[in-house]
Design a protein around this ligand. Structure first.
Ligand SMILES: NC(=O)c1ccc[n+]([C@@H]2O[C@H](COP(=O)([O-])OP(=O)(O)OC[C@H]3O[C@@H](n4cnc5c(N)ncnc54)[C@H](O)[C@@H]3O)[C@@H](O)[C@H]2O)c1
Length: 386
């Protein structure tokens, strides 16, 4: 029996658009039992340069259009990947959902919780599935950490630390791209990295109940980007203001009564995607670092022993999360793109069964509510209750 097709359109063929396309193409290699077989039909991206043309051809898209409006309501598409800059997410996602398309929306889904709620409403009204790009959930070591918390192996969680530190905007000469402007990005590191961190904390430990936040913009001005400039390119035009934050630190109280510390920076020299999560419970601790994505540091105490408990490293093995789908044995590491293949698998399952599996647009809304509350706390210099 042939597997039915899932006809895919991608909006935005930068880093994430290409990762989505590759993940969907690789789906049958890793999951031959997947209920649908993706086919890359069309991509929408206003840039028509050599880089875009090479990507369109290498990824095997049938067609490239400039305007996403010429893509979302085509009747030869089932799924639309929303992978352009933040300012197009809401419009693309709402239009595509209204046209009956399933969605794979990158984080932050909207520039604010209000925009994200508009997507949720359109998705609910249309009865389509909508996955959110919270790929760090799919790391086998993170899935192990979640299981250890959920099954009580760590006892009662007392406190956690989540730090998302990156250097991608550390160069003061880096271009004033869409990421630094309120109209095009919404918030800064809050939407970009803290949305991931908030989702991870909620997924592994508990919902955020209250928070207080400080924030800073360390590089106040940058040079304008040339059209089509990528993330890491230098600015070339006039100096303009950076309109959103480079850094936040937060104290959080979670719904289970535990406490958390969250810190995130996009300008941290020497920190390349140092995304870490530590959870401390009455019976032990888990610690994860994206730079050693396939390892989980675990310490669980023996009866009566509180001091000097052993800490061990668990290398993700087949049976831990989805590692076995990618590698035959422990410590053959998975990579970033593999996390997106897992995300694609869960979305395809959701579409085929009508039952959401994996992170959804509702999770994106929860993260957006946390991000908005963080902005409110920083603006008003006070604790905010969610
Ligand atoms: N899940 C993750 O870990 C992760 C990682 C990086 C980025 N992201 C998210 O993915 C999204 C895209 O980020 P990126 O790093 O791929 O950005 P990027 O700058 O590499 O790519 C953006 C692409 O969108 C195109 N574009 C610009 N305006 C457009 C429009 N009006 N319609 C359609 N396409 C348009 C650009 O030409 C470019 O090709 C962002 O929302 C970002 O937050 C998620």
């Amino acid at each position: 029996m042939t597997t039915p097709e899932l006809r895919v359109g991608v909006v935005g063929l930068g880093w994430m658009g290409q990762v989505h396309a590759r993940a969907l193409s690789r789906l049958p290699h890793h999951y031959p039992d997947a209920p649908l077989r993706p086919r890359l039909v069309a991509v929408a991206d206003p840039v028509d340069d050599d880089r875009t043309r090479a990507a369109v051809s290498a990824l095997g898209f049938g067609e490239h259009v400039a305007d996403w409006r010429d893509l979302v309501d085509r009747d030869d598409l089932d799924l639309v990947c929303v992978a352009g800059p933040n300012f197009v997410h809401r419009d693309v996602a709402v239009a595509a959902a209204r046209a009956g398309k399933h969605l794979w929306v990158e984080k932050p889904a909207g520039r604010s919780a209000a925009e994200t709620r508009e997507i949720v409403d359109a998705v609910t009204a249309a009865g389509v599935q909508a996955a959110a790009g919270f790929n760090y959930r799919n790391v086998p070591a993170v899935e192990m950490a979640r299981d250890l918390v959920a099954t009580g192996r760590l006892g009662r969680v007392e406190h956690s630390t989540v730090r998302f530190l990156a250097d991608y905007s550390a160069d003061p000469d880096a271009a004033l791209s869409w990421r630094f402007r309120t109209a095009t990005s919404g918030s800064g590191v809050l939407g970009d990295l803290v949305s991931h961190a908030a989702d991870l904390l909620r997924h592994v430990v508990a919902d955020v109940a209250e928070l207080v936040v400080d924030r800073a913009t360390f590089i106040a001005q940058r040079r304008e980007a040339l059209p089509g400039a990528m993330h890491y390119e230098k600015g070339a035009g006039a100096l303009g203001d950076v309109e959103n934050e480079d850094y936040v630190s937060a104290l959080l109280r979670l719904a289970d009564g535990s406490r958390a510390v969250l810190e995130s920076s996009r300008v941290a020299v020497g920190e390349q995607n140092r995304y870490t999560l530590e959870v401390h419970g009455t019976e032990g601790t888990v610690s994860w670092d994206f730079r050693r994505m396939n390892e989980l540091q675990v310490s669980t105490r023996a009866e009566g022993e509180y001091l000097n408990a052993f800490s061990t490293t668990r290398f993700a093995a087949p049976g831990d999360g989805e590692l076995g789908v990618f590698q035959p044995g422990a410590n053959n590491p998975m990579g970033f793109d593999d996390l997106k293949v897992v995300e694609a698998r869960r979305l395809v399952e959701s579409i085929a069964t009508g039952e959401p599996v994996g992170a959804t647009i509702h999770d994106a809304l929860s993260a957006a509510v946390v991000v908005d509350a963080m902005s409110e706390s920083a603006n008003e210099r006070r604790w905010v209750t969610l």
